[in-house]
Design a protein around this ligand. Structure first.
Ligand SMILES: O=C(O)c1cc(C(=O)O)c2c(n1)C(=O)C(=O)c1cc(C(=O)O)[nH]c1-2
Length: 553
């Protein structure tokens, strides 16, 4: 009883529920629903707002799930809530009661849960996966993914494919080893574990499953042992090619002079066989990263005709400021186009898919103390960070929540120590435009051109939703959920939720009406690491509420 594997694979087409992070395993975040459209969205009003309550209000980055009259949301500090989808009444809540000593780098966030059968499953900041009974909130199983005392944590929504819960890990700033793993959804038992740094051994059903890559090929000495590459944003799945797509984070430490080589498979997109955990192909977006350009951002499968040829493609808007289109069957490079105002580290990509580096853009080796700062753009917080883009099957456009900013970055000496920050770099974030940091951009993946943009004063830090009603929804730190015309970018509606919106909106149909829901609650990496830039916009209240909207009767 409850959603099956087939229901999850069909999530993009079924409009009566929201069962997966991304609204379908391919994470298009597109709904065919069109009762709410450009002609009536200005009339949208709240049906209810449900508070998460209490004092644990930090960044609310969750995407809601909706099933059988219940809305499930994860909250800051590893909590999970079930609300009645008609009234907003709380049905139950679960609090993981985190131990002292957890080390999340970028706020106590969580991006969402996964649902299957009688279970709702989410990852916690002490690097565990917890499966709860979706009707009662009682624990069914609870498994450790990794040791939080070494700097591991987990913030991503799990992905469920073929009865397996597939998840990544966080901890790239502590020299952990990024990995993807699959567990039995019913028992939580490990099926396979695939480290994503060259040199580490994987396992399949308790047996060695081969080494990743070639030992010491793109790392020197023992550096691979603490190489980073955290898979902290989870992944997408493409049923057509039977491939999982996971991005990998920055290499550790940040100071690139301490680790010569390409440092595979950091800052990459990986295609992984869900049945074995074997890496089928990889594409590195920032070889030998020196700016903290994690490559974790979602890789979204889509089909398009390129030069007269119908192709199975995938797209990623990378933290490094470039929008990549690859052949998703084999990882072959198709194109990379800039989607931000400025990139100082590379001047485009060559035909082979390698960046044309700008040598002066790399912060130099430090010598004994603090190295010479260089100005770099995007900032380490990225041309786009974790907040997911959306792809409209109607317009053929990707809607990218992006940011225009830079940083002064310098290198410093550092040595690896278990459980301690492993950066070897310092930074100051800087504005580069008078009128905005955030920019919601509509990207045509066939031409690499920006079709329209909406500029926002504060950095955009929430996910995007697009619909058959020719609409695009996204939130702002200033507190608004906004709706735009998907073809023109014209702003059509906004609603003030009382705190910053850094969650991902969803839509579904219930009792014959279309609903839109989003979490409100300011937080995430910007207030923690944004420095003066984070202070340059109005003080934003903490919060923690689920907002649900519909048209008046
Ligand atoms: O390397 C990592 O393990 C890791 C993890 C996370 C995370 O789990 O939230 C972030 C980052 N890195 C990161 O670089 C980053 O900018 C970031 C922003 C956020 C956020 O939720 O706002 N998380 C993370």
């Amino acid at each position: 009883e409850g959603p099956t594997d087939a229901d999850l694979m069909n999530d993009a087409a079924s409009t009566g529920d929201v069962l997966t992070y991304g609204m379908g395993p391919q994470a298009h975040r597109f709904s065919t629903l069109k009762a709410i459209d450009t002609s009536n969205v200005s009339k949208l009003v709240p049906a209810f707002a449900a508070s998460l309550g209490g004092e644990k209000q930090r960044g609310q980055e969750a995407q809601p799930l909706v099933y059988d009259g219940t809305i499930y949301v994860t909250g800051s500090y590893s909590r999970l809530f079930a609300f009645d989808a008609r009234t907003g009444e709380e049905k139950w809540q679960y609090d993981a009661r985190l131990p002292d000593g957890i080390m999340p780098c970028c706020d106590v966030v969580n991006r969402g849960a996964a649902i299957h059968g009688d279970k709702i499953i989410f990852a916690t900041l002490d690097a565990r996966l917890v499966a709860l009974n979706r009707n009662t909130g009682k624990v069914i199983w609870n498994k450790q993914i990794a040791d939080y005392k070494e700097g591991y944590s987990a913030t991503a929504a799990p992905l469920i494919v073929k009865g397996m819960v597939i998840t990544g890990n966080s901890g790239g700033e502590f020299g952990v080893v990024g990995a993807v793993e699959a567990r039995d959804v019913n028992t939580g038992e490990l099926i396979w574990h695939r480290p994503v740094i060259e040199g580490h051994m994987g396992t399949l059903k308790g047996k060695d499953n081969g080494i990743t890559g070639k030992l010491n090929a793109t790392w020197q000495g023992d550096l691979w042992k603490s190489g980073g590459g955290a898979t902290w944003l989870g992944g997408t799945y493409d049923p057509e090619t039977n491939l999982l797509f996971f991005g990998t984070g920055n290499p550790a430490p940040w100071n690139s002079h301490l680790r010569p080589g390409d440092n595979l498979y950091t800052a990459s997109t990986l295609a992984i066989d869900p049945d074995t955990g074997v890496i089928k192909w990889h594409f590195q977006t920032t070889p030998h990263d020196g700016w903290d350009f994690d490559g974790v951002n979602e890789f979204i499968p889509f089909d398009a005709t390129i030069n007269g040829k119908p192709m199975k493609l995938g797209a990623k808007a990378d933290r490094n400021g470039y929008f990549f289109v690859l052949d998703r069957t084999n990882g072959k490079f198709i194109s990379a186009n800039k989607f931000v105002m400025q990139t100082t580290w590379a001047n485009g990509f060559n035909k082979a898919g390698k960046p044309n580096y700008i040598p002066e853009g790399r912060p130099p080796a430090p010598g004994e103390g603090k190295g010479k700062p260089v100005f770099a753009s995007p900032s380490f917080l990225g041309g786009k960070n974790w907040m997911p883009m959306a792809y409209s099957q109607d317009t053929g456009l990707f809607y990218i929540p992006s940011n225009d900013w830079g940083m002064d970055i310098w290198n410093e000496p550092i040595a690896y120590k278990k459980g301690a920050a492993y950066l070897g770099a310092g930074f100051t974030i800087k504005s580069i435009a008078e009128d905005h940091i955030g920019a919601l951009r509509a990207m045509d993946p066939k031409t690499g051109k920006i079709v329209w943009e909406y500029k926002n004063k504060a950095p955009l830090w929430g996910g995007v939703l697009t619909t058959g009603g020719n609409l695009v929804f996204t939130g702002t730190p200033e507190g608004f959920l906004k709706a735009f015309d998907a073809k023109t970018g014209q702003e059509l509606w906004k609603f003030q939720t009382g705190s910053g919106v850094v969650g991902s909106p969803v839509t579904w149909e219930q009792d014959g009406e279309q609903y839109v829901a989003v979490m409100s609650g300011w937080g995430g990496a910007v207030p923690l690491w944004g420095g003066e830039v984070a202070k340059s916009f109005k003080d934003i209240n903490q919060g923690g509420a689920l907002w649900v909207f519909k048209l008046p009767k």
